[in-house]
Design a binder for this molecule. Structure first.
Ligand SMILES: *Cc1c(COP(=O)(O)O)cnc(C)c1O
Length: 223
C-alpha cells in the first residue's frame, strides 16, 4: 500500500473535478484505515457481507459505495447506511431499494448501469431499457420517494484496444447526457457518470467520467 499513489491520483483527477472511489474489496480494514488517514472518504465494495462487516468496524463518516451486482434479497443489509448503489440493472431491483429505503426513512442514491461492453458476462441495461426504467420512476414519483436517480454507471470491455475502450466510454457518457436531457427535473442530483478503473481511468476522465472506481492501483493487486 503506497499512500502517495492516492495523492498522485487526486492531483491527476483534480482538473476533471472527478470523485475517486477507492475500491477496497477483498482488502483488510487496515488498508482502508491507511487511506482514511490520508483523507479518503469514498470507498467501494462489491460483496454485501464484506461491506456490512467493514462498515460496522470502520469510521461512520466513510461514504460506502456498492459497486457490484446486487441481489434483491440482499438490499436490506446495506439499505441503512449505503451512500450510492452503482449498478442498478432492473426495475425490480430499483423497487426493492426504494422499499428498503422507505423502511429506514432514507432516500438512497442510485446509478443505472448501462451495458456497453461486448462481453456477454457484463451486467447492465441497454440505453433504451435504462431510459424506460427512468420513465417509470418519473411516472410514479410519489411511489419512488425512497430513491434518487443520480446518473449512470458503466464498464468498458477488458481489452488492449484503447480505441474500443474509448468508444464504449463515449457510449456511456452519451447515455448519461441523454438521461440528463430527458429528465431536466433531476438536474440537481443527476450528476454522476461512474466509469473508469485502474486500467482505463485516464481514458474515462478524457471521455467525461465524473467518478472513477480505483482498486488495484491504490491497494495493490487482489489475489
Ligand atoms: C473491482 C472493481 C473496480 C476496481 O477495479 P481495479 O481494476 O482494481 O481498479 C471498479 N469497478 C468495479 C465494478 C469493480 O468490481
Amino acid at each position: 500500500m503506497n499512500c502517495s499513489v492516492l495523492q498522485q491520483l487526486l492531483e491527476e483527477t483534480a482538473p476533471y473535478a472527478a470523485t475517486v472511489v477507492a475500491v477496497s474489496k477483498t482488502k483488510p480494514s487496515t488498508a482502508i484505515e491507511a487511506l482514511y488517514a490520508e483523507g479518503q472518504r469514498d470507498f467501494g465494495e462489491n460483496y454485501v457481507q464484506e461491506l456490512s462487516e467493514k462498515a460496522a468496524l470502520l469510521p461512520g463518516d466513510i461514504r460506502w459505495h456498492f459497486i457490484g451486482h446486487l441481489q434483491r434479497n440482499k438490499v436490506k443489509y446495506i439499505a441503512p447506511f449505503v451512500q450510492l448503489i452503482h449498478a442498478v440493472d432492473s426495475l425490480s431491483l430499483l423497487e426493492e431499494i426504494n422499499k428498503q429505503a422507505l423502511k429506514h426513512n432514507r432516500v438512497i442514491d442510485v446509478l443505472l448501469q448501462m451495458h456497453v461492453a461486448r462481453e456477454e458476462t457484463k451486467f447492465g441495461m441497454e440505453l433504451t431499457e435504462l431510459l424506460q426504467v427512468a420513465d417509470t420512476v418519473r411516472a410514479q414519483v410519489d411511489l419512488f420517494s425512497g430513491i434518487r436517480i443520480c446518473g449512470v454507471m458503466g464498464m468498458a470491455s477488458f481489452v488492449e484496444d484503447e480505441g474500443q475502450i474509448r468508444k464504449e466510454m463515449q457510449e456511456i457518457r452519451s447515455g448519461f447526457d441523454e438521461l440528463k436531457a430527458r429528465f431536466p427535473e433531476w438536474k440537481e442530483h443527476c450528476t454522476i457518470c461512474s466509469m473508469g478503473m485502474s486500467s482505463d481511468y485516464k481514458i474515462a476522465l478524457e471521455e467525461g467520467s465524473t467518478l472513477i472506481r480505483i482498486g488495484s492501483m491504490l491497494f495493490g493487486k487482489r489475489v
